[in-house]
Design a protein around this ligand. Structure first.
Ligand code: FE
Ligand code: FE
Ligand code: ZN
Length: 305
């Protein structure tokens, strides 16, 4: 199969820094990766070690990982849609500004951001708040691009369809620095039939424009289309299914985009909760070989045990 740009979410911690993230990526035989610059659920961020970043970039070069395909995911507690508390909203805008600066230090060009939840303010107001916030963040002409992620529609999430995302983009002044990240689990949950991915891309192209598609989160789904649940499944073990995932991964219209797996870790025992193992090495192998392995979960447990 052709060489696609395929990787996964990897960990980042202040001790091992970006070099640790690259090493983890290499252990999965991936050629790209996505990371949070700290804990995804909080906004505490440690100082970036420049020496470590240099080493990481060297390691990437040596292993043909193009940093242009590397993604930072902004912490998911960031909610630009909610401005009920003005101070909190300003803090959020500032945090995102700092996140952009951190991305620059890492040399990373794309930041995935959840648009947010309107928490009762209404979709319209939520979308307006997001665009206003982004305009305060994207003040410099050049710099990392923010990719708005398509959301499943849990609770009061906005950005659940291409029209809503386009409404944000329309109101963002710096068009160069705004794109979209399609999450396959999320759009399926939101009601898009990903088994006909070309039709989804046609729709995206008509509403937003395919040149605005910046990356793809490649996940299977634990629930049915339109369920709004946001529960990711391992590749081939969910309702989207292996064949459809393959059709998405190898669709020529997304050939140059990074594909990032955010599938769940596999627990040690079928019902155990004490330890779990990353599925990415195995999922990447299946996708690249175009061959589903129904025993994958057992093999993962044996491999990491
Ligand atoms: Fe996300
Ligand atoms: Fe995602
Ligand atoms: Zn999700």
């Amino acid at each position: 199969m052709e060489n696609i740009i395929l990787g996964s979410h990897v960990s980042y911690n202040k001790n091992e820094g970006l070099t640790g993230s690259v090493k983890e990526t290499l252990s999965y035989n991936a050629n790209t990766f996505m990371f949070y610059t700290g804990a995804p659920q909080n906004t505490f961020r440690s100082k970036i070690d420049e020496e470590n970043v240099k080493n990481a970039q060297k390691l990437m070069k040596e292993n043909n990982i193009d940093i242009k395909n590397v993604i930072i995911h902004a912490p998911y507690i960031i909610n630009l849609a909610n401005n009920k508390d003005e101070e909190k909203w300003k803090f959020t805008v500032n945090f995102l500004k700092e996140e952009v600066e951190r991305a620059k230090k890492f040399g990373v060009n794309k930041i995935v951001l959840h648009p947010g939840s309107h928490v009762g303010l209404g979709v319209e107001k939520g979308l307006e708040n997001i665009a206003n916030g982004l305009n305060l963040v994207l003040t410099e002409e050049e710099g990392p691009i923010i990719c708005l992620e398509t959301m499943a529609g849990k609770g009061t999430e906005v950005g659940t369809d291409f029209l809503q995302l386009n409404q944000i983009i329309k109101n963002v002044k710096n068009k160069k620095r705004i794109m979209v990240c399609i999450d396959t689990c999320h759009i399926y949950d939101a009601g898009y039939d990903v088994s006909n991915f070309d039709a989804v891309l046609d729709d995206f192209d008509e509403v937003i424009g395919l040149d605005k598609l910046g990356c793809i989160h490649l996940n299977d789904d634990k629930n049915q289309m339109g369920s709004h649940k946001d529960r990711h499944a391992n590749i081939g073990f969910g309702t989207i299914g292996f064949e459809n995932i393959e059709k998405i991964a190898y669709n020529p219209r997304v050939r140059k985009l990074p594909l990032i797996l955010e599938t769940p870790y596999v627990s040690k025992e079928k019902d155990g909760t004490d330890r779990s193992y990353p599925p990415y090495k195995f999922e990447i192998e299946m996708i690249r070989n175009d061959k589903f392995d129904k025993n994958m979960l057992t093999e993962i447990r044996n491999y990491y045990r």
